[in-house]
Design a protein around this ligand. Structure first.
Ligand SMILES: CC(C)[C@H](C(=O)O)[C@@H](O)C(=O)O
Ligand code: SF4
Length: 458
């Protein structure tokens, strides 16, 4: 019987298999940030161990850094960042500190440097590691004790997950983006829909996505409960990798591409679960509740709890969000707009926001935060920062920013945002803050009107 893409990459990395035990997987790339690494390094020190492959390990500062460059005022954030600096220096790991031109959100810099490549195993002490699956890598988040294990051995014990195919047929209509697609997928299968599975996104609409769009989709796999998300590499992938600093070049590239082409699910392979979705039926999508599965087309209204799969959760969510069933979603007023994060902080996302904001003015506080300093430089080379500042938006330095309340960019209690990030949990963007997840284009249009708006309605 044929094998799925996930099975091929998994099998390629098994270094030890024994009955009743998890497989021991070799790890090709280990990404590290300040939040989930301190105890792991402490563990190494206590055991007198070194980092097995510092050359396959790379660290960045992202969650705790301010996006207006300067000293870190919050003592906890400062301690985390200082600890990462000390640990990476002591263990010989490359670090991209705040202000460095290679710094950025961990899931933005791996692909940007060409470190993330098809067929690799990629781990990080961070749930959105699934982003890297867009390259046909098997990429997943791990806990802090696993971070220590990978640092020490470059391997990870893991049980083989089940496989799920999400077949996206048809074409996305004009103005409907990768973010709308993944929000619609999560609304359909639920936040537990992918549990225990590696999801492979397949079909015509996926093939038509850019690498940026594919990363947006894979990024949010975890919000559907999946262990990882993957997309088979193709010409789009190979073209994206070409010329990146860590991607193979010359004869090595030719050989790599030959191998990468084999990284596809065999025609006769069988998935444990198959879900189908027709892209041509989709429209801009937003969340109304407090988990990423509580979403609807923007042209709809806030649902009545009884209309949803989980009425009691919906009731709680509506109360927290301060929303009344039946209100058209386009009548919801927001105070703040955030464009950024590892979901939508790449150049293409900033271009989409700029296309909407060009020649217009924002009426809300609007933060535009590039996912990395490299994205910032590229955006500035195209003059996007001028579009943003002329519109009255704030143009910041790279970091996780308002994706989560671990740095100065937060919502005040009761404030409402339209946010291109991936989580709308209670308090995610600051205590009492209310989050509506949207695409960059919808975020920008919302900044112009002050209420949830699709660009087509401007
Ligand atoms: C802080 C980190 C552990 C966390 C994660 O794992 O995802 C964060 O990045 C997030 O997005 O919530
Ligand atoms: S941008 Fe948001 S989702 Fe991504 S790593 Fe940072 S906090 Fe997590």
């Amino acid at each position: 019987m044929g094998r799925t893409l996930a099975e091929k990459v998994w099998e390629q990395h098994v270094v030890r298999r024994a009955g009743g035990e998890p497989d021991l997987l070799y790890i090709d790339l280990h990404l590290v940030h300040e939040v989930t690494s301190p105890q792991a390094f402490d563990g190494l020190r206590m055991a007198g161990r070194t980092v097995r492959r510092p050359d396959l390990t790379i660290a960045t500062e992202d969650h705790n850094v301010p996006t207006v460059l300067g000293p870190i005022a919050d003592p906890v954030s400062k301690a985390q960042v200082d600890t990462l600096r000390k640990n990476t220096a002591e263990f010989g790991i490359r670090l991209h500190p705040m202000g460095d031109d290679g710094q950025g959100v961990v899931h933005i810099i791996g692909p940007q440097f060409g470190l993330t490549q098809p067929g690799m195993t990629v781990v990080c002490g961070d749930s959105h590691t699934s982003t890297h699956g867009a390259f046909g890598a098997l990429a997943f988040g791990i806990g802090t004790s696993e971070v220590e294990h990978v640092l020490a051995t470059q391997t990870l014990p893991a049980y083989r997950p089940k496989t799920m195919a999400i077949e996206v047929t048809g074409e996305l209509p004009f103005g409907v983006t990768a973010k709308d697609l993944i929000l619609a997928i999560i609304a359909k299968i639920g936040t537990g829909g992918g549990q225990g599975h590696v999801v492979e996104y397949r079909g015509e609409a996926i093939r038509a996505l850019s690498m940026e769009g594919r990363m947006t989709v894979c990024n949010m796999s975890i919000e559907a409960g999946a262990r990882a998300g993957m997309i088979a590499p193709d010409e789009t992938t190979f073209a994206y990798l070409k010329g990146r600093p860590h991607a193979p070049s010359g004869a090595a590239r030719d050989a790599a591409v030959e191998y990468w082409k084999t990284l596809r699910t065999d025609d006769d392979a069988v998935f444990d679960t198959v879900v189908e979705i027709d892209a041509s039926t989709l429209s801009p999508f937003v969340t109304w509740g407090t988990n990423p599965g509580q979403g609807r087309p923007l042209s709809d209204a806030v649902p009545a709890p009884e209309e949803t799969d989980d009425p009691s959760a919906a009731r709680r969510a509506l109360e927290y969000m301060g929303l009344t069933a039946g209100t058209p979603l386009t009548e919801i007023q927001v105070d703040t707009v955030f464009v950024g994060s590892c979901t939508n902080g790449r150049l293409e996302d900033l271009r989409a926001a700029a296309d909407v904001l060009r020649g217009r003015k924002v009426v809300t506080r609007t933060l535009i935060v590039p996912g990395s300093m490299r994205v910032k430089a590229e955006a500035e080379a195209e003059g996007l920062h001028e579009v943003f500042t002329a519109a009255g938006a704030e143009w910041r330095a790279a970091g996780c920013s308002m994706c989560l309340g671990m740095n100065p960019d937060t919502l005040a209690p009761g404030e409402r945002s339209a946010s291109t990030s991936n989580r709308n949990f209670e308090g995610r963007q600051g205590k009492g803050g209310r989050t509506h997840l949207v695409s960059p284009a919808v975020a920008a249009a919302t900044a112009v009107t002050g209420r949830l708006t699709a660009p087509a309605d401007l």
